[in-house]
Design a protein around this ligand. Structure first.
Ligand code: PHE
Length: 348
């Protein structure tokens, strides 16, 4: 039998002597192909007496590895040579900067959503997510919305053929969150915000869209009151509208809160004097909110005798429109670059 060291030297020499990638590929299949020399050599261990096998096997494997590495190194060297040759032959300059394309920017809804998330997380809220395809239970039943409530009607709700629906608000995530936490053994305090896309079968006009964005907020703890709700909303509106604000509450009906409110903010355009935006009232309706209904807390696995909570559902488009003075909600989904380029915050 051939001396292993002599074999190894012969193979390494052959690799070093290969003059081009084709010769190297041929050598590769001669050494490592189905009847390759190197593999034959390793397999020849079976022809040896038992006691010699371990030592031979070890040495043969080391040689095999060495030859493989030499092949790979040579292949890489050829690759570099080829690339260098191609580059030298063309006038391509890889160091030249590319063309300066205009940079993308964030959508105004995303800008405001990010600011709100920063603000709420700084106040100790957690950011939660929920599904856009929702069950009837979470969208309605769990929120104390009875079977015959008009919100369920098909002219409002996009029903799917499997009985599910496109969520009509972000409120289903209230019960989802409470259930998830209580099932894991957690108890309030609980503070979450849920930004998300919602859908309603609306006739689209200046102030209505079938696809819109909300930011839900939910706080549950001992002794949570309407005063906490007002304070939180004022803080949030002050930051997002970049001015000091006054708010007022009017009664509003939502089956999942009791009492329920419509929260108004003083009109930024006329400073309360009355103008066309606020319909001469001096106030703009900005978000619905209220104290979480005991039935909703129960659905979430929380005892309403011990805990209370508040919730709000901010329409993001509405806030963005107020903040930037946009007068037509259709702009947001219209895909008109002239509109979008007016919000120059570059993508982070
Ligand atoms: N989910 C309600 C809606 O979309 C808004 C809301 C949220 C009201 C939370 C009260 C409390 O219309």
């Amino acid at each position: 039998m051939n001396d292993p060291t002599a074999l190894r030297d012969r193979w390494l020499q052959a690799i070093a002597a290969a003059t081009d990638p084709a010769a190297l590929a041929e050598l590769d299949s001669r050494l490592f192909g189905p009847k390759g020399e190197v593999l034959d050599f390793v397999r020849s261990v079976t022809t040896l007496p038992k006691e010699e096998r371990p030592a031979f096997g070890k040495a043969a494997n080391a040689i095999k590895q060495e030859v493989e590495q030499a092949l790979a190194a040579r292949r890489e060297a050829f690759g570099k040579q080829t690339l260098a040759k191609e580059l030298a032959a063309s006038d391509f300059d890889p160091t030249e900067p590319g063309p300066r394309l205009p940079r993308g920017a964030l959508h105004p809804i995303t800008i405001v959503q990010n600011e709100l998330i920063d603000l709420f997380t700084s106040m100790g809220f957690q950011w939660q997510d929920g599904p856009e395809v929702e069950s009837e239970y979470y969208n309605f039943d769990a929120l104390n919305i009875p079977q015959d409530h008009p919100a369920r009607e098909s002219q409002d709700t996009f029903w799917l053929s499997d009985g599910n629906l496109l969520r009509t608000h972000t409120s289903p995530v209230q019960v989802r969150t409470m259930q998830r936490l209580t099932k894991q053994g957690f108890h309030p305090p609980l503070k979450v915000v849920v930004p998300g896309r919602c859908f309603r079968s609306e006739t689209v006009d200046k102030t209505h869209e079938h696809t819109f964005y909300q930011m839900e907020g939910l706080v549950v703890d001992r002794h949570v009151s309407t005063a906490n709700l007002i304070h939180t909303m004022k803080t949030c509106l002050r930051v997002i509208l970049e001015r000091d604000v006054q708010v007022r509450l009017r009664p509003g009906f939502f089956p999942f809160v009791e009492p329920g409110f419509e929260l108004d903010v003083n009109c930024p355009f006329c400073k309360g004097a009355g103008c066309s935006v606020c319909k001469q009232s001096g106030w703009i309706e900005i978000l619905p909110c209220g104290m979480v209904h005991p039935n909703v807390l129960r659905q979430g696995g929380i005892d309403p005798e011990q805990f209370t909570g508040f919730a709000f559902g901010m329409g993001l488009q509405r806030v963005v429109m107020l903040r930037y003075g946009i007068d037509d909600i259709r702009q947001f989904m219209g895909g008109d670059l002239r509109f979008l380029q007016q919000f120059p915050e570059v993508a982070r």
